[in-house]
Design a protein around this ligand. Structure first.
Ligand code: FAD
Length: 287
């Protein structure tokens, strides 16, 4: 049994302390031989500058394989083109192409007046800029802008037809959500790999706030699993690893062969899950 392919998502830290944490996380996770580390793109001006700085620093000072996230939010076509060309010159071969979110949470997304209208247009333009691997987002729990599952899948199919080579899902906690989504996607003609996005839960309160904004579902039993553990980080971490490992195991049993971990720049939970997954696949291989 082949060990699943693994990728790790990182975000550009806001402080020097955050940069140290990120450096430590990268060091600890290197041993799992990830396919790539993806770097998220900030939601606005200074956030985007931080993404660019981190990408340049890692591309120049390390031998990590990087995937740069890019969104079309708040930028003109020319600005996006220039950014991606600069990454190309740094040797970046992987992109994660996204629409991004509007400036005002909860309000309808409005593209830049000289910008790409939607992620399909963005992907088609990126395809013209180089032979990139282009990953896109997919949503087992419907995105807040989704009209219906059918409309969502039709849009994902358009992203594939424009040049996307992989989809990475938003995080989810029930394997069934993922399997049902993949089954529906295959019926809708989506043939690209759909890699599950896995979020080890570092902080349930933070996660609840984030899930509300992005439409992801946290099952009641997951919330209950962390009840009363606010001041008990050790038990909370043990619960998080156990939940995450169970989810990954069921996904592997269902045929999943790649995972994208949302690390939030912290290695311990992701590292624990990856260690156990690696050991288990080694053991199965040896049996
Ligand atoms: P899209 O897939 O383009 O649209 C989302 C949904 O809206 C579609 O599924 C569809 O239902 C509907 N829709 C949109 N446009 C149309 C249209 N023209 N016609 C019909 N339906 C339409 N955000 C960041 O700011 N930076 C990041 O680095 C970042 N990385 C992410 C990585 C992953 C793996 C994921 C899952 C999300 C990430 N996000 C990031 C969040 C993302 O930007 C938000 O979820 C955003 O609201 C939608 O972006 P998208 O590319 O998924 O949108």
């Amino acid at each position: 049994m082949k060990r699943p392919d693994i990728s790790f998502e990182l975000f550009p830290p806001a402080s020097a302390n955050g940069l140290d944490n990120l450096g430590q996380a990268v060091e600890r996770l290197k041993g799992f031989d990830p396919q790539y580390y993806s770097i998220t793109y900030g939601a606005g001006g200074s956030g985007q500058q931080k993404s660019n700085e981190l990408i340049a620093k890692l591309a120049e000072d390390s031998d990590l394989t990087l995937a740069a996230h890019i969104t079309l939010a708040g930028a003109s076509r020319q600005e996006i083109t220039d950014t991606v060309k600069s990454w190309k010159s740094l040797g970046i071969k992987r992109l994660v192409a996204l629409r991004g979110d509007g400036a005002v949470p909860g309000e309808a997304f409005v593209p830049h007046t000289d910008g790409f209208q939607d992620s399909v247009e963005l992907i088609a333009a990126l395809r013209e800029l180089g032979d990139f691997d282009i990953a896109v987002a997919a949503y087992p729990d419907p995105h807040p802008d989704s009209q219906s599952l059918a409309a969502d899948l039709e849009f994902l199919k358009r992203k594939q037809d424009a040049g996307a080579t992989t989809a990475i899902t938003q995080f989810f906690f029930e394997a069934e959500s993922y399997f049902n989504f993949v089954e529906a996607a295959r019926k809708a003609g989506i043939t690209i790999p759909i890699v599950p996005g896995i979020l080890p839960i570092n902080n349930i309160s933070q996660l609840k706030r984030f899930a509300d904004r992005c439409g992801a579902t946290i099952p009641e039993w997951v919330i209950k699993a962390f009840e009363g553990l606010e001041d008990n980080p050790e038990t909370s971490a043990a619960v998080a690893v156990s939940l995450c490992l169970d989810l990954c195991r069921v996904l592997i049993e269902g045929g999943v062969d790649a995972f994208h971990f949302y690390t939030l720049n912290r290695s311990p939970l992701t590292e624990a899950v990856c260690r156990l997954l690696a050991l288990q696949t080694e053991q199965k291989e040896a049996a």
